[in-house]
Design a protein around this ligand. Structure first.
Ligand code: ADP
Ligand code: MG
Length: 241
């Protein structure tokens, strides 16, 4: 579903992604971990072409992203992304945030879009907030709206970039629960950047450990957390405990 081949990315002279090789299968849940600044967000953002590559090849859902001629809007329909900051439109009610893309991109009628939106709001457990404004919701609830907005286009791939990092501790659990249920039930391909190691261990089919723009280790969750091969991964984990 996702295939990086010798991908490099520079920001000016700064070499942010170094020779990335990574393959992610359909239905797989992959968690990317690593120190701040190691390139995790940049790697994730390449997957839906929020960042372009400097060189190498990246094929996502059969679309060669290194090819400049692809129809990017068409491509992005199949990919949902959830960021650390929820990026909801503050002046639109929850439901209106969610129906935007289905109406604009899929040309659904408003009533049909609302039905779909309600289905996903129910999935994330906040259908009772559909007609509130984002500011009337807690951080955890807002993030669940953002997840529903990502799901509403029925994407093949969901990307999460530190979805709980901006939340108060008591709200982290409710958001992780939603992501966990998607990982277990939907067979969706998911790539998740997180610092929640307990969650990573439990939800990931594989762990990707990054440092300084490189992938240093790819292993199953039990291998990685059982005994990481890389010294830097061991150091990283020991600092978190
Ligand atoms: P992570 O998500 O692992 O914290 P990022 O992918 O956000 O890391 O960033 C990796 C490195 O690239 C950091 O040193 C960051 O400062 C740098 N960087 C990220 N985005 C840009 C940008 N648009 N321009 C220049 N440097 C950037
Ligand atoms: Mg980041």
């Amino acid at each position: 579903m996702i295939q990086f081949k010798k991908v490099n990315k520079y920001f000016g002279p700064f070499h942010v992604l170094k020779n990335i090789d990574l393959q992610i299968k359909e239905g797989e849940v992959v968690v990317i971990i690593g120190p701040s600044g190691s390139g995790k967000s940049t790697l994730l953002r390449c997957i839906n072409r929020l960042e372009t590559l400097s060189d190498g090849e990246l094929v996502v859902n059969d679309v060669p992203l290194h090819d400049k001629k692809i129809n990017i809007n068409q491509f992005r329909r199949d990919i949902g992304i959830v960021f650390q900051h929820f990026n909801l439109y503050p002046h639109k009610k929850v439901i209106d945030n969610i129906i935007l893309a289905p109406m604009k991109v899929q040309h659904l009628k408003k009533e049909d879009a609302k039905k779909t939106a309600m289905y996903y709001l129910k999935r994330v457990g906040i259908e009772d907030k559909a007609y509130n404004f984002p500011s009337q919701l807690s951080g955890g609830q807002q993030q669940r709206v953002a997840i529903a907005r990502g799901l509403v286009m029925n994407p093949k791939i969901m990307l999460f970039d530190e979805p709980t990092s901006a939340l108060d501790p008591e709200m982290i659990g409710e958001v992780l629960d939603v992501i966990r249920s998607l990982a277990h039930n939907d067979g969706m391909t998911m790539v998740i950047v997180t610092h929640e190691m307990g969650f990573a261990r439990e939800v990931a089919d594989r762990i990707v450990f990054m440092d300084e723009g490189q992938i240093l280790e790819v292993a199953t969750s039990s291998e990685f957390f059982g005994s990481p091969r890389e010294e830097r991964a061991r150091t990283f984990l020991s600092r978190l405990i």
